[in-house]
Design a protein around this ligand. Structure first.
Ligand code: NAD
Ligand code: ZN
Length: 368
């Protein structure tokens, strides 16, 4: 199979390009899409000191005036109304105009926060995603979902805003901790299982090298993932149906995260997704006769993910699954709609799973 190219065009209402390359020439990439103007650069306290200088220099070289550089504390807590308020008020004081562009340089937190700022500041300004974590490159920067958390729950305030451009420099990943690389690879494995075909085959060939930071393997897996996510999102931009397949492994993952008290050191999202997929693979085997459990175990091991989740209380996991905001009023009490697999590339949505079936599958993937 030919290696996938450096860029993917997402055919949203206004199409945009996702560029993925080593030693990205940001000035050139941005100039191809946007006329230089006034920029605000949003980043976090970990990524900023590592990568903001070169980004600002690249923008200035391309003729942009960077009116505001905003650094928020690294971590999920920055997806809050308080931090949002600080960011938009800072932009107003710095005089970022209606025609300005927000560049979100960071992981999914900065992308979601920055996207929500761009969707609402002066009723909406242009957004460019500069994803620096593997998760952001393969998942959160594509698809247009942006938003904040509330004390009442994650991602409860948000909007749909497609970026004008997504540009990822593979060299940024060199500073990302290995556990975060593995967590990004969990989403890659998810999308490869859902996509099937050449992407699924490439998982086997490329995961090990990607985990070791080899640029070509990372690039190929990122482009596969973006292309797959884009294809799903294009068919269902506002998440009315098919996009739900992207939730594979996530029904149980969200329950596990809640039961672990959203402690990202105990259970980062990617590790929750890995455990959730292992449980979904068992359910797929038992309910749909799909024989991919060993393949899941093998691929997740190659990605450096632990074979079991932490010993959280299964009852708490099920209770949290019952409160999931993706539940529909029509979903029956004590029954959960799952995305399962009939085979690689053959996801099935809305398979009803009883609490007893879910409990067994969850217990099988947790430390005793
Ligand atoms: N919008 C969507 O469609 C979508 C999809 C999936 C996830 N998300 C959201 O994404 C967020 C998770 O994203 P994440 O895992 O990137 O978290 P994150 O943004 O918190 O990044 C993880 C950590 O890695 C650091 N980091 C990022 N890039 C780095 C680099 N190149 N070098 C060194 N450190 C780096 C960050 O500072 C942070 O400490 C969650 O809030 C989740 O809800 C959104
Ligand atoms: Zn996820």
């Amino acid at each position: 199979m030919n290696p996938p190219p450096n860029s993917v065009t997402v055919a949203a209402a206004t199409p945009y390009e996702v560029r993925v390359e080593p030693a990205l020439d940001l000035a050139a990439a941005v100039s191809e899409t946007l006329t230089p103007g006034v920029a605000a650069v949003l980043t976090d306290s970990t990524v900023g000191p590592l990568h903001a200088r070169t980004v600002v220099a690249g923008l200035e070289a391309a003729g942009w005036r960077v009116a505001d550089e905003i650094t928020v504390p690294a971590g999920e807590a920055s997806k809050s109304l308080k931090v949002y308020e600080n960011v938009v008020r800072g932009m107003a004081r710095a005089g970022v105009p209606r025609g300005g562009t927000l560049f979100a340089l960071g992981g999914g937190v900065v992308g979601d926060l920055g996207g929500f700022v761009a969707s609402s500041y002066m009723r909406g300004i242009d957004l460019v995603q500069l994803p620096t974590s593997l998760l952001a490159m393969v998942d959160s920067s594509v698809g247009g979902k942006v938003g904040l958390d509330l004390p009442e729950g994650k991602n409860l305030v948000g909007a749909f805003l497609q970026p004008r451009l997504v540009a990822a420099d593979l060299d940024w990943l060199a500073t990302l901790p290995p556990r975060q690389i593995s967590c990004g690879l969990a989403e890659v494995v998810k999308m490869g299982l859902l996509a099937g075909g050449g992407f699924y085959a490439d998982l086997e060939n490329l995961l090990g090298a990607a985990r070791d930071g080899e640029a070509e393997a990372l690039r190929a897996l990122i482009v596969h993932s973006v292309r797959y996510k884009a294809s799903v999102v294009e068919r269902d931009e506002r998440e009315s149906g098919e996009r739900a397949v992207l939730n594979y492994g996530h029904t149980i993952a969200h329950g596990l995260e809640a039961a672990a008290g959203y402690d990202l050191l105990l259970l980062p999202h990617g590790e929750a997704v890995a455990a959730g997929m292992l449980a979904a693979a068992r359910l797929s085997r038992d309910k749909l006769g799909c024989d991919l459990l060993e393949a899941h175990e093998h691929l997740l091991r190659a990605a450096g993910l632990p074979p079991k989740g932490p010993a959280v209380d299964t009852g708490a996991v099920l209770a949290a699954m019952g409160r999931d905001k993706k539940r529909k009023p029509s979903d029956r009490e004590g029954e959960y709609p799952f995305v399962l697999l009939k085979g690689a590339g053959e996801p099935v949505r809305d398979v009803p799973v009883t609490a007893a079936e879910a409990r067994l599958a969850i217990e099988a993937v947790l430390e005793p």
